[in-house]
Every structure is written in C-alpha cells, then in structure tokens.
Design a protein around this ligand. Structure first.
Ligand SMILES: *Cc1c(COP(=O)(O)O)cnc(C)c1O
Length: 394
C-alpha cells in the first residue's frame, strides 16, 4: 500500500499490517478486533469452511481461545471454550445436550442460576429436569429415564459445601450412556480436576476463583474434544463470546490461582475450626472439618489441605442473628460472590436462597440464620477477629 495515493480519511483508517512478531510474547496479547483480514478469497473460504484460522471474534478470538486452552491444560482436558459468563457456559452445555422431550438429572442444591435456567427457560422448550439428592447415588441412578440426555453435577454445593462422589457419578453416566457435566466453580482446578475422576465436561464461572480479583465476569468449559465442539457451536449461535480484554484478565488470574486458592483454603479451614468452637455458633459447614458429612469424600477427591475457601456459619438465634452477624462485620464485605481477594459474607435465607420456604431451607440443611463466608487473602487472624467481634455482639 502506497499511502501517498490515498486521501486523508482513507489513510486514517487503512494502515500497514501489524509488525510480525517473531518472538513469543511472555503474556497473552489482547487481540482486540472484531474481524480478521485474509490474503486471498481462497484462504477466507477455507477458514469459513472450518480450516484453522480466525474470521470473526464472536466465532473465535485468539485471546478468548488462549484462556480456554490454558484452563483445559490445568484441568487435564482435551479442549475448552470460553464464554461471556459462567451462566453462558452452563446455558451452552444444557442447550447442546438437550432438545424437545429431553430430560436432565441435576442436584437438588444446584446453583440458583442453573436451577432458574432449567425450570424457567428450558422447560418452555420441552426439556424436563428431575432434581435429586446427590449424596445418594442410588437415587441419582433411579432418576435416569430413557429420555435422559445429560447428567449435571457440582463438585461442591452452595452453600453447605456438600462434596459429590464424582467417580460414582461418572459410573452412573457411563452406565446410562449419557455425558456427565459438572460445575466446578466452588473448587477450581487448584482443588480438584474432575476429568481425573471420569467426568466428561467441566464448567466454571471464571468470575470466581479463575479470575480471582472480583473484576471480570466470564465462563469456561473444558472436556472431550467432540463434546466441546458441540458446545462451541451453541456459543457461536447464541453469541455468548468472551471479550478479548476480559479473556486476558482471566488468563492473568490463572498465574496466581494455586497460590491464592491454597492460601484461601488454609485460612478457611483455620477460621472454620475456630468458629466451630465458638459458644455463639450453632454449626459450621466446611468439608475440611471432620464434623462435615462429606469429610471423607473431601479427603479422597480434593487436593490435600484444599477443601474449599467457602464456609457457612450458622449462629445461634435464627434469622435475626444471621442478619445481625452480617451487619456487624467491619472488615469482611457484605457482598455476594466468592473467589476474590476480599472476603465476603452473605445472609443466605434473605439473599441467594430467598425464594426457598423455611421447609425447603431445612430440607437443604440450611439454617435460617446461616451466613456464607467466602474467604479472601487477608490475614487469617484479622478475619477471625472480625467474625468474633460480630459474634460477641449477638
Ligand atoms: C457464580 C456461579 C455461576 C454463574 O456464573 P456467572 O459468571 O455469575 O454467570 C454458576 N455456577 C456456580 C456454582 C457459581 O458460583
């Protein structure tokens, strides 16, 4: 291109091609572009027909793809896809493996957003879901019918931190000849890699531990290449692409994932142990505690010393005590979500689980005063002191 031959406005928008970079950038570049230019019509036709290459960023973007591949490597998966949010990733899997008349089996405690998607949206397209108690694998097996096309699980449940017996669940799915997808958001690959236990597809809200700094919304799913390809097509068709800027921030989060998660889990266990002894506390749910129903499963399936960085504290005194505990915190933020650097607390019955009746809460093992605490990177003594001063005032 000879710039001299063009007018001012043309020269303002047409530039020489980017300088070829022969060395590898140490950090992933932000490929902030919506479209890619080709050298020939033939090359363009080939990429549109599926040859490796880039055409349009909703279809595929190198920054978004590099983040997904990095997560796939951490999980020991063949392939991965990234998404605009965790919910977008969950949606794409559910849509990819269901159609009119299909049936899904999911945990009774399934994440609220996933529950809403199944009950409020997919049901309108003729997809039925049975929610069962995943602590009883025989119940899960019994819920599967000839119409079942997908088994949905979670590594750790919200907020009681129930641990799923992944190898047993994988055997149920294999026996039924259907894929098993699990939401591993509460675990992250720095605690558990479900593919090692026979799971077909793993999905994360990258908004939580993977990003790790409470500043990016994103999602990712990984697994067997043929299954991932089906989910990628739904991502493209529903427009759920992750932005390149967010992909690079999430990718950066992965660098410190094991460091952050190991420390957050160690702090969570320390806080859980101390609060379990506190006279104002009725109950603490954390799988690292021998008192937790799934402690043995946690020791078997989760990495040593990393039993989750979320704990649920139920003070004596019911709903008002739970809300007062949250009100009196001075350091821990009154905020939802998890996995960030700053610790957060939420009164469960009035926020994330507000649609549940007192009976449904009780059936799920959630006290009316239960408070979920997501542990961040602060000094453990400071977090404990904050919780203790709040409990002392109840
Ligand atoms: C947050 C969360 C999601 C949804 O992710 P978003 O990024 O908020 O869309 C799904 N599953 C679990 C377990 C979560 O915690």
């Amino acid at each position: 291109m000879n710039p001299e031959q063009y007018g001012e406005h043309t020269r303002a928008v047409h530039h020489a091609p980017p300088t070829p970079v022969l060395q590898r950038p140490l950090s992933p570049p932000v490929h902030r572009t919506t479209a890619f230019a080709f050298d020939s019509a033939q090359e363009m036709a080939e990429v549109f027909a599926g040859a490796p290459g880039w055409s349009y960023s909703r279809t595929d973007n190198p920054s978004a793809a590099d983040f997904a591949r990095a997560v796939a490597d951490l999980e020991g998966a063949e392939a991965g896809q990234s998404f605009a949010s965790g919910t977008a990733a969950v949606t794409a899997i559910l849509v990819a493996f269901t159609s009119v008349g299909a049936h899904v089996v999911a945990p009774r405690e399934v994440y609220g957003g996933t529950w809403g998607l199944l009950v409020n949206q997919l049901s309108r397209f003729g997809v039925a879901t049975t929610f069962v108690d995943f602590s009883d694998i025989a119940t899960v097996r019994a819920a599967i019918t000839p119409a079942t096309t997908l088994l949905w699980g979670e590594v750790l449940s919200n907020p009681t931190m129930a641990v799923t017996d992944l190898p047993a669940l994988a055997e149920v799915a294999r026996g039924a000849g259907i894929p098993l997808a699990v939401d591993a958001t509460f675990a992250s690959p720095a605690m558990c890699r479900p593919i090692e236990h026979g799971v077909d597809l793993v999905v994360h809200s990258a908004t939580k531990y993977l990003g790790g700094h409470s500043d990016v919304t994103g999602g990712v799913m990984v697994g067997r290449s043929d299954l991932v390809a089906r989910v990628r097509q739904v991502r493209i068709d529903t427009g759920a692409a992750l932005s390149p800027d967010d992909a690079v921030l999430l990718h950066r989060g992965l660098h410190t994932l094991p460091l952050r998660v190991a420390r957050q889990c160690a702090t969570a266990l320390e806080v859980a142990r101390a609060l379990e002894q506190h006279p104002a506390v009725e109950r603490v749910d954390h799988p690292g505690l021998p008192s937790h129903r799934d402690h043995a499963l946690a020791l078997r399936l989760l990495d040593e010393g990393r039993y989750g960085a979320v704990l649920t504290v139920t003070p004596r005194g019911g709903r008002s005590a739970g809300m007062a505990l949250v009100d009196r915190l001075q350091l821990i933020a009154r905020a939802t979500s998890l996995g960030g650097t700053v610790s957060k607390a939420v009164h469960i019955a009035s926020t994330t689980h507000r649609m549940l009746t007192p009976e449904a809460l009780a059936a799920g093992g959630i006290g009316e005063g239960a408070v979920r605490v997501s542990i961040g990177l602060e000094d453990p003594a400071d977090l404990l002191a904050d919780l203790e001063q709040a409990l002392a005032q109840l």
